[in-house]
Write a protein that binds this ligand. Structure first.
Ligand code: GLV
Length: 381
């Protein structure tokens, strides 16, 4: 394939390069994947307003997310097992984000640890927290994120129990892969990936291995979440975490106005309108269809961020037009990473930036700060 021009191009390349269990892990939703598909499909229902003969020079996409400058309203989302899309994936993605000028969010369920990412970056990154029953472990984890100088803590609220993704069960997903005939065949067809993976020691859950106890199978995301994640997590715990952390706090996984009001009541700095990329409650509405309702409910009290279904710079611009102060991309950067390593992440960011910039100009705007509902011809939600 010639130079990738779209996120879909990167996805095609990643599918060829990454073993099936890890490509599918990124590219899957829960159960029927209906919500996963709706996240993407609903963007196409929003129409942009074409404006002509206005000055289009000196355009700027720069903005802030929780007070941090970013060259465009896009951060890299926290994604589990990123270091299985490419060897040392979180370190490469964090470096690409830093050089590009957008925030990088490290997942609790990453392969490279907080300390690994810290060792290759010079600006603060963000850390995403899953809350486990073992509160001692959580205190230590938050302490490690503080010690690494992380600039924001993103607490995920919508994964106390893991949604079922059929592909992961069928593929025998684990990190590192277990030696079965099924996994051996998946790996045998991806020799370049295997070679690169042999060159790193980071092949398990870096934030967990050596730091947590009482886990029967540390390589299995489903065993780990079922045994360790706290199904009783509550708004009171969010207040406890907020006090313990003491810095910028973002609550991820809000899809309901009532929950949005509760998130604003905690005094958090931002919430992320999200259905976890359609990976949790299949049958829930698309993320973009809920964004305007949540902005109406709490937009004057808390910064509203957005994720779910973004596959282009146009999608980012539509989310911004509907009131998102910032957005997150997960799969687009994972496809870039799987396809081409660090360069692929930069390519994904660049594709999105260019699409956003040209679209903004053709909507007659020069500054992202001026892009609201005024750039939409119709919005169905
Ligand atoms: C973890 O965050 C997952 O969605 O698998």
């Amino acid at each position: 394939m010639s130079k990738p021009l779209t996120i879909a191009d990167l996805k095609k390349l990643a599918r060829r390069r990454v073993p099936k269990m890890f490509f599918d892990y990124a590219d899957s939703g829960a159960w029927t994947e209906g919500t996963y598909r709706a996240n993407e499909d609903d963007f196409s229902k929003i129409k942009l307003r074409q404006r002509v003969l206005v000055d289009m020079t000196n355009r700027s996409l720069a903005t802030t997310m929780v007070g941090q400058k970013t060259v465009m309203p896009v951060a890299l989302a926290p994604t589990g097992l990123t270091g299985m899309q490419h060897a040392d994936g979180e370190m490469l993605a964090a470096k690409a984000a830093e050089e590009f000028g957008v925030p990088f969010t490290l997942s609790t369920m990453s392969i490279c640890s907080i300390e690994d990412v810290k060792s290759v970056t010079s600006k603060p990154f963000w850390f995403q927290l899953y809350v486990m029953k073992d509160r001692g472990f959580i205190e230590r984890l938050i302490g490690r994120a503080k010690a690494a100088g992380c600039a924001a803590l993103v607490v995920t609220a919508d994964l106390q129990i893991l949604g079922q993704r059929h592909k992961d069960l069928r593929n025998g997903l684990s990190a590192p892969p277990k030696w079965t005939l099924n996994s051996a065949m998946q790996l045998a067809t991806r020799p370049q990936w295997c070679l690169e993976m042999l060159g790193t020691k980071r092949r398990g859950f870096g934030n967990i291995v050596g730091h947590a106890s009482n886990v029967s199978d540390l390589s299995s995301l489903s065993a780990w979440t079922a045994e360790q994640f706290d199904p009783q997590l509550s708004w009171d715990d969010i207040r406890w975490i907020k006090d313990l952390w003491g810095g910028k706090l973002i609550i991820k996984g809000i899809l309901d106005e009532e929950d949005a009001r509760a998130a604003a009541d905690t005094g958090a700095d931002a919430l992320i309108v999200s259905n976890h990329g359609g990976r949790q409650l299949d049958g829930a509405p698309s993320s973009i269809s809920m964004l305007p309702k949540i902005v109406d409910a709490v937009g004057d009290r808390i910064e509203v961020h957005f994720d779910g279904g973004i596959r282009s710079g146009q999608d980012v611009l539509k989310a911004v037009a509907l009131g998102a102060k910032g957005t997150y991309i997960g799969r687009p950067f994972l496809y870039g990473l799987g396809a081409m390593g660090k360069e692929g992440v930069t390519t994904a960011l660049d594709i999105i930036r260019k699409e956003m910039d040209i679209t903004m100009a053709l909507c007659g705007k020069r500054d992202i700060a001026d892009c609201g509902k005024n750039i939409l011809a119709s919005q169905p939600f």
